[in-house]
Design a protein around this ligand. Structure first.
Ligand code: SF4
Length: 63
């Protein structure tokens, strides 16, 4: 297995959460637009992923 991990993916926003607070070993995946909208007047939420997660859309971040 290669070294695929959200922490080295171009779509990963490091240590950010939807609340605007920082997170340890987690961040937001920006591959897709936010899709979860709990209430009609609330904003959508970005998926929260761990740094060692990965998915089939992984794309190596440019150094
Ligand atoms: S979930 Fe997939 S696309 Fe999103 S940051 Fe992780 S590897 Fe990248």
């Amino acid at each position: 297995m290669s070294a695929q991990a959200c922490s080295s993916c171009t779509f990963f926003q490091d240590h950010a959460l939807n609340s605007g607070k920082s997170a340890e070993a987690a961040g937001l995946c920006r591959y897709n637009p936010p899709v979860t909208q709990p209430e009609a007047d609330s904003r959508g939420l970005w998926p929260v992923v761990k740094t060692d997660d990965w998915c089939g859309h992984f794309e190596q971040e440019n150094a």
